[in-house]
Write a protein that binds this ligand. Sequence first.
Ligand SMILES: CC(C)(COP(=O)(O)OP(=O)(O)OC[C@H]1O[C@@H](n2cnc3c(N)ncnc32)[C@H](O)[C@@H]1OP(=O)(O)O)[C@@H](O)C(=O)NCCC(=O)NCCS
Length: 267
Amino acid sequence: MLSIGALNPIPLDTSWISRALQLSAEAGWNQTADDWKVFFAHGKVLGITRDDRLLATSAVLPYGGDFAWLSMVLVTAEWRRRGLATRVVAACTSVLRESGKAALLDAAPDATEIYAKLGFVPLCRMERWEGRGGGVANTSEAVDLALDRAAFGAERRFLLDDFLARPGSLAFRSLGGFALLRRGSVASHVGPIVADAAQGSALTTAAIGAASGRVYVDVLDGGRCLVPTLSSLSFLPQRRFTRMALGLSHFQGDPSRLLAAAGPEFG
Ligand SMILES: CC(C)(COP(=O)(O)OP(=O)(O)OC[C@H]1O[C@@H](n2cnc3c(N)ncnc32)[C@H](O)[C@@H]1OP(=O)(O)O)[C@@H](O)C(=O)NCCC(=O)NCCS
């Protein structure tokens, strides 16, 4: 077995996007090239490479001054269980520590131990629900994206604007809330959903009705009020995540209004 001794994480530039996309596709993930571009444009992507091959990645996306989202932790199948994920995540946490930022992430079950060993602590859970869209043509509504800041706990307007600029994206408005719908490489994604419990159900129904094919909704603890709606639309729970933090003891936003996430890669 080849030693990983000399395989150190390096910063990647955009010339690696197609290989990064291959890595996320290999894992069956939903990211598109546009998603990867967000990390290159607004954050930092670290990778472990060998010759011209991308073996592992991890990325950080700063949100405001206090914390960054850490995600895209991927290792190509034949190189797993040799410590590459641990190495590339540790490099990301070092980058954040140097800039005085805390780290937040949504951990898949297989990776929870990696983050726990690096000091991350669980904050809450997230459950991905999957179903099918209604395929009803709809138009985007004018929404107040500024509502996201109080619910999420940091400014990430650049991300939501990026989602909405993509072909096929739609926004839905309720009194004091909104939901976004965007296309992924595997399924359409409904989220974030920012609303109170009373408005969340109508927003979710509208966004799912306008989607086509497979649809994901990443329901946070604060969004359990959506479960009856999702069940009534024949959605089923597909996988679970643990939202974890390093350097933060509690979620900074208003968890009661952040019903569904923008995705595990974006928070
Ligand atoms: C999860 C993943 C990133 C792990 O990469 P890796 O390089 O194999 O991880 P490491 O070798 O650094 O593992 C460190 C520890 O994490 C735990 N771990 C890693 N993979 C695991 C798995 N499949 N099941 C259970 N525990 C696992 C173990 O405790 C492991 O230590 P050990 O090998 O001494 O038992 C990789 O399997 C992967 O890319 N999976 C698909 C994408 C994914 O789920 N990414 C995580 C998103 S949060």
